[in-house]
Design a protein around this ligand. Structure first.
Ligand SMILES: NC(=O)c1ccc[n+]([C@@H]2O[C@H](COP(=O)([O-])OP(=O)(O)OC[C@H]3O[C@@H](n4cnc5c(N)ncnc54)[C@H](O)[C@@H]3O)[C@@H](O)[C@H]2O)c1
Ligand SMILES: O=C(O)C1=N[C@H](C(=O)O)CCC1
Length: 232
């Protein structure tokens, strides 16, 4: 496929390596909105929270299927879905494209469902990322928190504050060079259960995004990584 990389930073460059290894060509390496999307068969957006919606809607308007991994723009997600449906386009967003994290999402939901009957355990979450990250908490932490809230009746929201009524507390730490670590902890007076996913580098996110692009090409609709990986 002829791929447009919308965002040619840490992720764009890692996706380029994986896409070339898998036989694709890169026709656009955008660092701003100065590009002509119609040159591409498909676009992969890993840009910035303020740029993502314009990039994605530009693709949909021009009938170019688009994958987005950019986080921190989800206030515009519903509008994007409506546009994609109206234009009969193709779109996938995932807060995390790593295959391991997508298994971790399933584990998190299953654990939350079991723990819902054990109200002595309090849930908390910690995410750690590199210091250049623009958004907090991470998109992945928000997905994990929303999945817990769906299963666990003690929580109806998440918060970066630690002691908020019915809110699942998330701690967001920024440490140089950390690609992404997410932990969920259930703590009672007698013991603790922790589950953690640790990314060792950005290759897993990039591989998942290229697999999603290969899967989306030729389809119409709005999809998620659950559709791509056929898990759960
Ligand atoms: N979903 C996932 O699996 C996943 C994994 C890693 C990172 N991310 C997210 O991807 C995004 C990018 O991460 P990164 O580490 O590569 O950031 P980065 O800062 O290294 O790169 C961002 C790039 O976007 C470019 N950019 C700015 N405005 C643009 C525009 N209008 N059009 C196109 N490009 C533009 C910048 O010049 C830069 O090259 C972040 O939102 C991050 O949270 C998601
Ligand atoms: O490096 C980042 O930025 C990451 N962003 C995603 C998130 O916000 O969850 C995925 C992990 C890496």
């Amino acid at each position: 496929m002829k791929i447009a990389l919308l965002g040619y930073g840490k992720m764009g460059k890692t996706i380029e390596q994986i896409a070339l290894q898998r036989g694709h060509t890169i026709v656009i390496k955008a660092k701003n909105n100065n590009y002509t999307i119609t040159e591409a068969d498909i676009a992969i957006d890993f840009s910035t929270p303020s740029a993502a919606y314009n990039n994605i809607s530009n693709c949909i308007e021009n009938n170019v299927p688009v994958i987005s991994g950019t986080t921190g723009w989800l206030e515009d997600y519903d509008k994007t879905v409506a546009l994609c449906q109206e234009k009969k386009g193709a779109f996938i967003y995932a807060s995390n494209f790593s295959l391991g994290v997508n298994v971790f999402f399933e584990l998190n939901s299953y654990l939350a469902k079991m723990m819902n009957t054990l109200k002595d355990y309090k849930v908390s979450m910690e995410e750690i990322h590199h210091t250049q990250k623009l958004d907090a908490p991470s998109g992945t932490a928000i997905t994990l928190a929303n999945d817990i809230i769906k299963e666990h009746t003690s929580y109806n929201s998440w918060s970066l504050e630690q002691e908020k009524e019915k809110a699942l507390p998330i701690t967001a730490k920024r440490t140089e060079d950390v690609p992404g670590t997410h932990s969920i902890t259930y703590k009672s007076d007698v013991d603790t259960i922790d589950i953690t996913h640790t990314a060792h580098n950005r290759q897993g996110f990039a591989l998942g995004a290229v697999i999603a692009a290969e899967w989306l090409y030729g389809k119409t609709g709005v999809f998620t990584m659950k559709d791509v990986l056929n898990i759960s």
